[in-house]
Design a protein around this ligand. Sequence first.
Ligand code: SF4
Length: 336
Amino acid sequence: MRPFKYTRASTIPAAIKLAGANSNAKFLAGGTNIVDLMKEDVEQPDELVDITRLKLTQIKEIPEGIHKGGVSIGGLGKNTETANHELIRMQYPLLTQAILAGASAQIRNMATNGGNLLQRTRCPYFYDVAMPCNKRKPGSGCGAMAGINRMHAIFGWSEKCIAVFPSDMSVALAALEAVVKVQDHKGQERSIAFADFHRLPGDIPEKDNNLAHAELITAIELPKNNFANNSYYLKVRDRASYAFALVSVAAGLELDGNKITKARIAMGGVAHKPWRALKAEQMLVGKEASEANFKAAAETEMDTAKPLEYNKFKIELGSRAIARALYMAANQNGNK
Ligand code: SF4
């Protein structure tokens, strides 16, 4: 591990100022990913700005504005506390399920909400500094392209990078159409729709998201919705715990009797960002909540997938996972 400077901020402006003054500084929150990456020499910041003392842990109802009646979760709230909070369990059980499907209890106790969104891919070639990787070292090539790409993307990848984004929490946040609140180095606040927060790799795979340097995630807002009784997070993985998704699906439905009035579906393990299954969503509106309709919508979504040599199985798996998650959501009725 290389030497680095450690600074601790006690206020939000101080944290942003410290990080903003050094283009090679990073924020340190739970540290569950950045510290590993530094030990492996994948990340090489020369300064860590500790933000763990900032008062950004609150989970509360939003009293006014366009998301009035929704819930705001602090950027530094711990994943465990968020998953178990009464407001989240009662109003957004999809988020609780997704968080609890990720990592291990020990990691969830340390990891923060903002950090979860900023974790980096688990592509093994990214972690192996002896291998070429455009994300770790731009222009060096992609070791996974001709390598063992079983865990990699089937949607939205580029010739430069075929990695997938590993977060479970973010898949639920995509389906819930969350909004990320950030503050920049001038103290300006801005809101980023969740669909615009993470990026596809394109020509700059080293950039995972649309945050500028030293922008700080202060909160994540969850708009009010009616998915609480009809939502489900399904994660398919190689072992039952402490494994990243081969494919995951976050599904939320609004039903009028058995008729679908609104559907939100996002997938994990298939792209460089949480993948919204927009075609499937559109197909379902106005239809009966039936297994045949779920299967047809799932197959239509997966028709556009572009698999790699070792991950062709993800098409059938993704199709079945979408149909199953929708079935479970439709028949959940009080999964809180
Ligand atoms: Fe690097 Fe992306 Fe290729 Fe993995 S898939 S080796 S992260 S460029």
